[in-house]
Design a protein around this ligand. Structure first.
Ligand code: NAD
Ligand code: DAU
Length: 355
């Protein structure tokens, strides 16, 4: 088992990164230091970790910084004598990558290259760079079959192409320079603190307000859904015990079409949330809209390797995970309102602008 004293988490103010930092400090039994290195783009929300700094003085630190800047990465790695990196920072939204691919190339490819170089320079100290990647690098499945670690890469969007390029760089740095790395390719996550540009939080927030629920195309595209904390436990398992240079596919064994996901959320909300005017059922808000260009039809993961080699199992099903998520969005109105109104960006301006 690997043990770490100080882990630099890139993109720790984003959805999965913030959940991972909470998981590390609250649940994983990790006793070292966590440094959150994040550029605070539109997707970075320090409010997602508002309580963590005060609950873990001396063990949690935030450093505003950009992985496109190699000197900034090097400074933080040395300031804290980091011995591990868990790399989440990325432009993560497929629709944005179609509209404006530049940042995806710069952050996801060049940024990952910078991290690899800065890690390589500190070979005597850094014992692992864990790279968090996606199942989208494998392209699209037909009606049958699953993605696994041996599936050839076939990305279709600028987002997935940039993640594929970053995976190849990570593997190349292991094979060429012996940089110690592990990689996870995970399916669609959902859960607390997810930015409402992604399907599930967008549907929850719109359904709360009685707004339209836009479903792309015929709504029959299939995704494999995983509760975010289960993804965090998989990453931690791989960081601790995964073989260097090895890839692990992570998924929820939970295939659902988009329209099915939206129907489930609507009926849960009809039970748990205040009713819409006139008691209108929320699934009446579903609106089929123009499809996403190059929209992958089906993703499904065979996660036998991480299950068999490392003993990982997901704990939540769609029923339990969706309900937990919905209850979280209903309860955490302050976070939801700050995201909806953009108020958290004012907080960033006040707190980080001069650092
Ligand atoms: P997110 O968009 O919610 O968060 C990304 C974070 O990275 C933000 O805090 C942002 O400020 C930060 N960031 C962006 N550019 C940066 C830069 N140049 N320098 C430093 N920080 C920067 O993303 P997410 O959904 O939490 O995804 C995290 C990682 O997991 C990504 O690498 C993504 O490809 C991968 N992934 C996501 C999913 C999913 O379902 N969300 C599934 C599999 C893999
Ligand atoms: O598979 C893992 C990937 O999952 C991650 O690598 C990405 O970072 C993450 O964003 C996610 O990508 P998707 O494109 O699958 O997620 P998104 O939530 O954008 O869309 C999920 C599905 O829902 C997809 O088929 C498109 C559809 N969709 C999405 C939105 C936002 C809709 O039908 N309507 C919508 O409004």
């Amino acid at each position: 088992m690997r043990d770490f004293k100080c882990i630099v988490v890139t993109g720790g103010a984003g959805f999965i990164g913030a959940n991972f930092i909470r998981y590390l400090l609250d649940d994983a039994g990790f006793s070292g230091v966590v440094v959150n290195f994040d550029a605070l783009t539109y997707a970075g929300n320090p409010g997602s970790l508002a309580d963590v700094a005060s609950r873990f003085p001396g063990r949690y630190f935030f450093e505003k910084g950009d992985i496109r800047d190699p000197a900034a990465i090097g400074r933080v790695l040395d300031k804290y004598s980091a011995d591990a990196i868990c790399h989440f920072a990325a432009e993560s939204h497929v629709d944005r990558s179609i509209a404006a691919p530049d940042d995806f190339v710069q952050t996801n490819i060049v940024g990952t290259f910078n991290l690899l170089e800065e890690t390589r320079k500190r070979a005597d100290r850094i014992s692992l760079l864990h790279h968090v990647s996606t199942d989208e690098v494998f392209g699209s499945l037909g009606d049958d079959g699953f993605f696994s670690e041996s599936t050839p890469y076939s990305p279709h969007s600028p987002y997935s192409a940039s993640k594929a390029a970053s995976d190849h760089l990570v593997k190349a740095y292991h094979d060429t320079y012996g940089v110690p790395v592990t990689i996870t390719n995970c399916s669609n996550n959902y859960g607390p603190y997810q930015f409402p540009e992604k399907l599930i939080p967008l549907m929850i927030m719109n359904a709360l307000e009685g707004k339209q629920l836009p479903v792309y195309g015929d709504g029959k595209n299939v995704r494999d859904w995983l509760y975010v904390v289960d993804h965090c436990s998989a990453i931690w398992r791989v960081m601790r015990a995964g073989k260097s240079g090895r890839t692990y596919c992570v998924g929820g064994r939970c295939e659902l079409s988009n329209v099915e996901v939206v129907h489930r959320i609507c009926s849960m909300m009809d039970k748990l949330a205040p009713p819409l005017p006139g008691g209108r059922p929320r699934n009446s808000l579903i609106t089929f809209v123009k499809d996403r260009p190059g929209h992958d039809r089906r993703y499904a993961i065979d996660c036998s390797r991480i299950e068999n080699e490392l003993g990982w199992r997901r704990t939540e099903t769609a029923d339990t995970g969706f309900e937990k998520t919905l209850r979280w969005y209903l309860k955490n109105t302050e976070w939801v309102d700050s995201v909806r109104t953009g108020e958290y960006k004012n907080w960033i301006e006040k707190n980080y602008v001069d650092r």
